[in-house]
Design a protein around this ligand. Structure first.
Ligand code: PMP
Length: 378
């Protein structure tokens, strides 16, 4: 008897980043600079709110999109902090931004549709697009200071283009899109039937530069899906909570996919989300800004031509001059130099590796010392 499983899932396979992270973890004595989550803990007030909700037996099925008090709190937060005006019924609570991206793509894509993904990019997008039976179309940006080139975007658009994913600040580069880039993208797509998945999970982790999100282009509101998450700004990656915002007609379809994928996010964590939105996380931003400056200085001191990131907590380091592909380079650096960084190929871009600075100063300094020693052996 031959068992046939879903072909799209077989083709996609498990995440390369995860695989490499496990390889680093299983290498004795290795120092990891791989992980993409804050090393800080969830603020106490957030944990207390979840404990109180459990004690109050907030353990039953909540409403599908989230409790109204939380949707209201997010609506007010977005208006106050980002000048984005979405009514509570245009907001859905999701299982992290990952699930928001999943339901977003499932909502808009049909098999054969094309989704433009500027690269380097978080690998999740390509996999989710493939799981929909749609086709990822990459748009390289590494020769344009990680900004989208308008001419290249125009050339990538076809009659099958369904959406573009915009991530700013970006994982893995930490770069933000300039207003000029966003204006150019808007000009090109504003009259086309193209959706924008606006992945803003790092938008509060910006350390320099003038930040703009594509969410500001509200004349395209009928084609915008804005995605955010509690994971990164509140050090809540394990809680698996995010949200998405969309105009009412799309929201109804998002709700269908949400309902049949998870019913809803858990009940007793939702009070904790309200506490998170109220908490002062400026210390997290200050910590990462200081680390960015320190790591950037050290990498430049090693003669590495890194583009200074404005946000998130990554550096994308060029390594093509060492004459190896990024996987070979990172494996060699791991076995010989005992330091683990993620190969650029997992972000669809050769010739780079990604460093995460979600580590203590001591670990960062140790990792950077090892990189420096390893580079001298080449
Ligand atoms: N988008 C980007 C750009 C990310 O880097 C991540 C996590 N690494 C996510 C979405 C998913 O975040 P989560 O599901 O934890 O909210």
């Amino acid at each position: 008897m031959e068992l046939t499983l879903n072909r799209a899932a077989a083709k996609v396979g498990l995440s390369g980043i995860r695989r490499f992270t496990y390889l680093v973890r299983d290498t004795p004595g290795a120092c990891a600079l791989t992980i993409g989550e804050p090393d800080l803990n969830t603020p106490d007030a957030v944990k207390e709110a979840a404990k109180a909700a459990l004690d109050a037996n907030d353990t039953h099925y909540p409403p599908g999109n989230g409790y109204p008090y939380l949707l209201q709190a997010i609506s007010e937060y977005e208006a106050r902090e980002h000048d984005l005006h979405y009514a509570p019924d245009e907001i859905l609570m999701t299982v992290g931004a990952t699930h928001a991206l999943y339901i977003g793509l499932q909502t808009i894509c049909n098999p054969g549709d094309e989704v433009i993904i500027p690269t380097p990019a978080f690998g999740l997008y390509e996999s989710l697009v493939q799981l929909c039976g749609a086709v990822p179309v990459t748009l390289p940006t590494e020769n344009n200071r990680f900004q989208i080139d308008p001419g290249q975007l125009r050339a990538a658009i076809t009659s099958k283009t369904k959406a573009i994913v915009l991530t700013s600040p970006n994982n893995p580069t930490g770069c933000i899109y300039t207003k000029q880039t966003l204006d150019a993208v808007h000009e090109i797509i504003k009259d086309l039937p193209i959706f924008v998945l606006c992945d803003d999970v790092y938008r509060t982790l910006v350390y320099s530069g003038e930040y703009h999100s594509f969410a500001e282009y509200q004349d395209m509101r009928d084609r915008l899906i804005i995605i955010n998450s509690f994971s990164k700004p509140y050090a809540m990656t394990g809680w698996r909570l995010g949200w998405c915002m969309a105009d009412a007609p799309i929201r109804e379809r998002l709700q269908v996919i949400l309902q049949y994928s998870v019913t809803s996010v858990p009940s007793f964590v939702q009070q904790a989300c309200v506490a998170a939105l109220k908490s002062d996380t400026s210390y997290i931003v200050d910590t990462f800004r200081r680390r960015r400056d320190m790591v950037y200085r050290r990498l430049c001191g090693m003669g590495l031509d890194v583009q200074e990131p404005e946000g998130a907590f990554y550096m994308f380091i060029p390594i093509s001059r060492y004459g190896m592909d990024s996987l070979t380079f990172c494996e060699k650096m791991l076995t010989e130099g005992k330091v683990g960084l993620i190969p650029g190929i997992y972000f669809n871009t050769e010739g780079y590796m990604r460093l995460s600075y979600c580590y203590s100063d001591a670990d960062l300094n140790e990792g950077l010392d090892r990189i420096e020693r390893f580079l001298k052996t080449l």
